[in-house]
Write a protein that binds this ligand. Sequence first.
Ligand code: ZN
Length: 249
Amino acid sequence: MRYLILSDIHANIDAFEAVLAHAEGRWDRVLVLGDLVGYGAEPNLVVDRVKALNPDAVIRGNHDKAACGIDDGSQFNHVARMAAMWTGGQLTPENHAYLRALPMGPWQIDALAEICHGAPFDEDHYIFDGNDANMALHAAERPLCLYGHTHLPAIFKIVGRDMASFEGDAPDPDKDVVVPLQRDTQYLINVGAVGQPRDGDPRAGYGVLDDEAREVRLFRVRYPVEKAQQKIVAAGLPASLANRLAVGR
Ligand code: ZN
């Protein structure tokens, strides 16, 4: 089975559509790792598009919780909170209810993989460094844990549960990255953000897990950033949310 891995779409329909076009023919099922909305200007189009994909699993992110009132956004910075309030006001009743009903991660997919938004031990925790990754790898219940939340593509692994061979890596942005899944190794992989990359590369990020070939592929896709920016400005959202898309920060 080939799973399309989508995380942090953030109401960016232009990036989302470009990813889906690029990914055509590469997947059989869909997994969504949270933050469907927040920051971007098209929350309803994105939620509708996710629903239409009929994913095997969709888990909630912190921005989904804030937009539908599960969380008050008090942990957010000013701009993120403004965007969450704006998003909450835009959502149709159906999409509001859909986000509200999303389960929290981690979510077990099969014997090989699980997904979470932040970390397997805390859906809101950011995995930035080796310490975070170490905790996450020990909390994970499957050989492969896919996560999001940081908007930074990354690959961490432990060989034979030996932390001495721990490796963390940012994949090469200029190449499609293939990660073969060895049997004695545990993996923690972020395929990057569809809708708001933060690694300095503005292209949308996504991944495909092939559990028969035992590999994860990471892709980057160009999309019309200006279109997403214009919609953010036209919606009256903070200009910084438009500007950051051009630089991928
Ligand atoms: Zn996010």
